[in-house]
Design a protein around this ligand. Structure first.
Ligand code: GLU
Length: 309
């Protein structure tokens, strides 16, 4: 069916989920189910040093425990980014052929030093390191020396506008606000921005719901999808849950689902999340299924939610 909404869960198995992850997943699921849409569950396990089987198992168990189901994906290995390298290679080559990619030998410290003044959510906007200005022969010489580079996308001075379903119009000039960004690390691992766009495109995702911290990545992703000849999905970002002035981190063990699952029930936790974001007027146990008929983004707050835990 052509018009079916296709949403996705796309967690990185680099830690246990916390309340903020769960809220984004609950909203992604409600958004899709309220439109009779389908859900995909893929694993963003690109980084072999951070992804752990223990976290993958916990992610799937947490979603099931909460009552968030999916139609496609995990445990099918084709939906794990670590098994999709050949697809990223093809996409990377197509961007290279368009002249959008250059090799970069800077260290991370050098890249940070070259970064412009921090933008919101964009602490290290890279406005071009010396590697971006090498001549073709200088570049060829360095490549021939065998020193492995990282590969970066040269951001054009192009304005990209996102019509976010929840936060409204968000505009960036790619070169100025996002800067050049890494598509492939020096160790050969493809970067999030490349993998996420290839996957959203090839999996036929039409609707991306995720935490607001990724709003500032969205213009880059729209640019990449268009550059690869695809049609970007629509985006709808979810409020963050913050604690002590910052976004929740997977390192805050006390807020992880592993802890929450011991001390509460799925309905109580769903009720807590739904109340915290404004979907229900009183904090009371409820299942995700029961929230579907009443779901509306109009009820969801745009403010950060302060965790009371
Ligand atoms: N894998 C990312 C995360 O866990 C989410 C990526 C996305 O939704 O685009 O934070």
């Amino acid at each position: 069916m052509k018009d079916t909404v296709v949403g996705r869960f796309a967690p990185s198995p680099s830690g246990y989920m916390h309340m903020g992850n769960l809220l984004a997943m609950l909203l992604a699921w409600l958004d899709a189910r309220a439109q009779n849409g389908r859900m995909i569950f893929r694993l963003e396990d690109l980084d072999p040093t951070r992804s752990k089987q223990e976290y993958i198992d916990a992610l799937a168990a947490d979603l099931r425990w909460l009552g968030l189901d999916w139609d496609e994906g995990y445990p099918d290995p084709a939906y794990a980014q670590s098994n999709r390298t050949a697809l990223y290679e093809d996409a990377f080559r197509s961007l290279q052929e368009k002249g959008l990619v250059y090799p970069c030998w800077c260290t991370r410290a050098e890249r940070l030093a070259a970064a412009s003044a921090p933008h919101q959510g964009e602490a290290d906007a890279d406005t071009g390191c010396p590697c971006a200005r090498l001549t073709a022969s200088e570049r060829a010489m360095r490549l021939a020396s065998g020193q492995r580079p990282a590969w970066k996308l040269r951001s054009p001075s192009e304005t990209v506008t996102v019509k976010d379903g929840h936060y409204g119009v968000f505009t960036q000039n790619l070169a100025r606000d996002a800067g050049d960004f890494i598509l492939r690390r020096r160790d050969g691992v493809f970067a999030y921005q490349l993998a996420v766009t290839v996957d959203d495109m090839l999996m036929g995702v039409t609707r991306v719901v995720r935490g607001r911290d990724l709003l500032s990545s969205t213009p880059r992703q729209i640019f990449l999808i268009r550059a690869m000849g695809g049609t970007p999905p629509s985006y709808c970002h979810a409020p963050l849950i913050v604690s002590g002035g910052g976004k929740l981190s997977k390192r805050l063990g006390s807020l992880s689902t592993q802890y929450l699952r011991r001390e509460t029930t799925p309905e109580a936790l769903t009720g807590r999340l739904a109340f915290a974001c404004g979907l229900i007027d009183r904090e009371e146990p409820v299942s995700p299924e029961e929230l579907v008929p009443h779901f509306s983004w109009d009820r969801v707050t745009r403010e950060d939610i302060i965790s009371k835990l």
